[in-house]
Design a protein around this ligand. Structure first.
Ligand code: SF4
Length: 607
């Protein structure tokens, strides 16, 4: 950890320049350059931005604009210890807000501010993917702390104040358990060490694609596009001269309540990498990226070790498995805290070193993706499944699940249950079964697929997971009867407003207006007028936004208004509009400045 006494400490510009040179001054490496520079300088002062800009031949304004897009890049000083609490509703239910306040008290700081001398700063961030073992903290965007409690907070404050390096903090705090509760075809499998690849080579690219087609595998990231169709479209798209098709593994698992990719990358990394390699063989791609969310930075070294081992085993690199011309390099790209980068075109923008603004489509990434090349972006779980399908055949996978949804699905279960963790089930499994298995009792509601998914009430627990009934990207959050579903919806509204990239007005403004109305209801100033406004905003956001984030931002509002209306009615006190604040009191400073305090200077005394 850099040992800055204060923020006027000189920046090591030679080190900044060395980072840029190590990346060959490539503009498309800008996000990685910013991340690596910040690891040295702790934040990104103007001198660092200017040095980077000169190195990649862009203006400082453009480089600063890219940095400002990502929450994990700091254009203002942060503490030597920068502590971010996961602000998922599940972490909050486990007491994160109380613990955060207690930590600030013990450190003698205000949330969001940096301590005198620059030692420590704290704040909140979106779900860090530890919903099964929270409350969780992220330290310097690098190290995860799990299962925080009041004892750990007290000890943490002492360690910070004593400037003990993070590597010397108790190892059990940094322990991330897989919490595999139910394993099926993917999670129970032996490590995939080339069997899928050998079958692919023996069969040939066209026949392997036919097996993927026959399996009816659909993308596991949420949209459910058929994998074979996506690969086929990419195969057909022309490659730019001297270029190559590109394979991208989307491990930017940012949907609150989702942590299954974290576990797949920890427990089955070979299957994921092998799936990517098989996709590259089918597509004729020579380059691939694994886009790992910044919150999972702690997995980087172990994943790099897997890549290194597979190179040594002839499963990656040049002439894979002795096949002349079958070359593939996989590069790991670390995200920097932007939920919208989970959307495939935003992710590609980020890979190209830009702000992660979703692209206008068409053209779709399969036609023109990374640097204009045909690009396939698939989820971690999709690649894992593809590797096993290549080995065992499409018919094997198609026989599992339901006619419309083949295979298994990995779920991250968290919230009010005795056994939170990872559960893999065949498609077609009922919510009821899942709640029984995880030890949920007196369940009031489940949020399936994260905030952008669907909220179901108890009378719907007989419904089944599958594209034809309840689709999901893999999160199941459980809320028992003690929970206030308005609070849940309000937390999610804050999440979407925080994560809106700001590109289009309906989402940028609309998500903020939803937050203000929800906060107004929470403060006890709600009226029927506000409910009408919320419904209008919900309709507006569903029909006018540029990407799926805005379109799904009011799903929790829609679902909870429909299913848990009493939670809102308690807060809709008046049939008429009620201001959210006391306007007359707000005018007091103006009265003070003008020296007036007569009846005419007060709103309520007029007329
Ligand atoms: Fe950005 Fe929201 Fe518009 Fe998507 S909908 S482009 S996240 S502002």
């Amino acid at each position: 950890m850099p040992d800055f006494a204060d923020d006027s400490a000189p920046i090591d510009l030679a080190a900044v320049d060395a980072v840029v040179r190590r990346h060959g001054g490539r503009r498309d490496a800008l996000v990685q350059i910013l991340r690596e520079v910040q690891a040295i300088t702790r934040w990104l002062p103007h001198e660092a931005i200017a040095t980077i800009a000169a190195g990649v031949q862009l203006t400082p304004a453009i480089v600063g604009g890219v940095a400002s897009f990502y929450r994990f890049f700091h254009l203002q000083p942060v503490g030597e210890y920068h502590l971010l609490w996961s602000d998922n509703i599940i972490d909050q239910m486990a007491g994160s807000r109380v613990l955060a306040a207690e930590l600030c008290r013990q450190l003698g700081i205000v949330p969001g501010q940096i301590s005198t001398g620059g030692l420590v700063s704290t704040g909140f961030t979106s779900c860090t993917g530890m919903g099964d073992q929270g409350p969780a903290l992220l330290v310097n965007q690098h190290q995860v702390l799990t299962r925080m409690n009041s004892e750990r907070v007290a000890e943490l404050a002492e360690l910070v104040l004593a400037r003990v390096p993070v590597v010397d903090w108790p190892a059990q705090w940094q322990q991330v358990d897989p919490q595999l509760r139910r394993s099926d075809q993917l999670l129970a499998a032996a490590p995939m060490l080339g069997a899928g690849l050998q079958a692919c080579l023996a069969r040939g690219a066209e026949a392997t694609l036919a097996e993927i087609d026959g399996s009816r595998l659909r993308g596991r990231g949420g949209a459910g596009f058929r994998t074979a169709d996506k690969w086929r479209l990419c195969r057909r798209a022309p490659v730019l001269p001297g270029g190559s098709r590109i394979v991208v593994c989307n491990a930017d698992e940012g949907e609150p309540g989702t942590f299954k990719d974290r576990v797949l990358l920890s427990c089955q990394p070979d299957a994921v990498i092998e799936g990517m390699t098989i996709a590259a063989r089918v597509l004729g791609a020579r380059h691939a990226f694994l886009y790992l969310r910044g919150e999972y930075r702690y997995l980087l070294e172990s994943l790099q070790a897997v890549l290194e081992r597979r190179r040594a085993q002839g499963l990656l690199g040049r002439n894979i498995l002795g096949e002349p011309g079958f070359d593939l390099e996989i590069e790991i790209h670390i995200g920097a805290g932007a939920y919208v980068c989970g959307e495939e075109s935003s992710l590609i923008e980020s890979l190209e070193g830009k702000r992660g603004t979703p692209r206008i489509r068409p053209p779709f990434p399969v036609e023109r993706g990374y640097l204009g090349q045909p690009t396939v972006v698939n989820n971690v779980e999709t690649f894992c499944a593809a590797a096993h399908i290549a080995e065992r055949g499409g018919a094997w996978w198609a026989a599992i699940g339901t006619p419309q949804s083949s295979g298994t699905k990995v779920h991250s279960i968290s919230g009010d249950c005795e056994r939170p963790g990872i559960y893999e089930y065949p498609f077609g499994t009922s919510i009821e079964q899942m709640l029984h298995d995880c030890g949920a009792q007196r369940t009031q509601a489940v949020q399936v697929g994260g905030p952008s998914g669907i909220c179901l009430a108890a009378d719907e627990f007989g419904r089944r997971i599958g594209f034809e009934d309840v689709p999901t990207a893999g999160a199941l959050m459980v809320f028992d009867q003690t929970r206030d579903m308005f609070d849940v919806a309000r937390n999610f509204s804050h999440f979407f407003a925080h994560e809106s990239c700001g590109f289009c007005t309906p989402c940028r403004v609309g998500t903020e207006l939803v937050v203000r109305r929800m906060d107004k209801l929470a403060a006890g100033h709600g009226s029927m007028f506000d409910e009408g406004e919320l419904r209008e905003l919900e309709a507006l956001l569903h029909g006018t936004t540029h990407c799926g984030l805005g379109a799904s931002a009011t799903n929790p509002l829609r679902d909870t208004l429909l299913r848990f209306r009493p939670a809102y009615e308690r807060r809709l006190q008046s049939p008429r509009f009620t201001p959210a604040f006391d306007l007359d009191a707000e005018l007091a400073p103006a009265r003070h400045v003008t020296g007036r305090d007569d009846a005419g200077a007060h709103l309520e005394r007029q007329g």
